[in-house]
Design a protein around this ligand. Structure first.
Ligand code: ATP
Ligand code: BTN
Length: 246
């Protein structure tokens, strides 16, 4: 028994926005919000997340942060591991992680993760973990500005949204529990084993600049390690960073 309350919605703006409203109206975390569809599904950096109704999973978990903001270091990578585990348990093969927390299958994006904080980090705060998984979305459904895939395409059959949702909750419970008990360093090796771009030449955008380097891995906190010609190995962390292949 996870003991997470479940809030089911038809089409709403965004499950992350709904979780925030529930917290503000006094609902106690932990809880999960699920929606059939989203009209304002959001990605990182204000981008849009394509969210047609009845075909995919739009899932948000709201949790109380108990061990302080520093306990959140590596959380987004850990959530990536949990999503990967849930996909594998649903029978999807060939999946991997793109730093910091995109889930890829066959070099295309199959799931995205958006983590938001609510409240005063020095005091009581909540973390809102939004997960979108492409389950059965059809190829002509929408125009998405980058390569994407679905569970259906990867397995060759319709996938069960109910099963995936169940696996997601179980995997999140396990991985987040381990992260808060043992810290990110205990999960670093598992993350590295699923790093799809290990050893590849990448470009990191920081907003202001583009930095070219070889991805050597991640450190004990989950920061990206790039080997840069003439500068050696440098580490990068923070929410506004975006990595692509060179
Ligand atoms: P990064 O975050 O590292 O820059 P990214 O380029 O994937 O990676 P994000 O902001 O994380 O960018 O994700 C949002 C992007 O995902 C959108 O700009 C769009 O191109 C793409 N996208 C939107 N909806 C979907 C979807 N349902 N499945 C796959 N990709 C999507
Ligand atoms: C990304 O890759 O940019 C993150 C996409 C996150 C999408 C999910 S769908 C459920 C939750 N509600 C949202 O509005 N966004 C997240």
């Amino acid at each position: 028994r996870l003991g997470w309350d479940l809030y089911l919605r038809e089409t709403i703006d965004s499950t992350n926005a709904e979780a925030l409203r529930l917290l503000q109206s006094g609902v106690l975390a932990p809880f999960v919000v699920l929606a059939e569809g989203q009209t304002e599904g959001r990605g990182r950096r204000g981008r849009e997340w394509a969210s047609p109704p009845a075909q995919n999973v739009y899932y948000t978990l709201a949790l109380k942060v108990s061990n302080g903001i520093q306990g959140l270091s590596g959380l987004s990578l850990v959530v990536g591991l949990a999503v990967l585990d849930a996909l594998r348990r649903s029978g999807v093969e060939g999946v991997g992680l793109k730093w910091p927390n995109d889930v890829y299958a066959d070099d295309r994006k199959i799931a995205g993760i958006l983590i938001e904080l609510n409240g005063d980090p020095a005091d009581l705060c909540h973390v809102i973990i939004g997960i979108g998984v492409n389950v059965n979305m059809g190829p002509n459904a929408l125009s998405i500005g980058q390569p994407w895939t679905t569970m259906r395409e990867q397995t060759g059959r319709l996938a069960s949204r109910a099963d995936l949702t169940h696996f997601l909750s179980e995997s999140l419970y396990r991985y987040i529990g381990r992260h808060s008990r043992e810290g990110f360093s205990s999960l670093r090796e598992e993350w590295e084993a699923n790093n799809i771009w290990h050893g590849r030449s990448c470009v990191l955008s920081t907003g202001a600049q583009q930095i070219k380097g070889l991805m050597t891995g991640i450190d004990e906190q989950g920061a990206l390690c790039l080997w840069i010609e003439g500068r050696g190995e440098l580490r990068f962390s923070g929410g506004e960073l975006s990595l692509r292949l060179d």
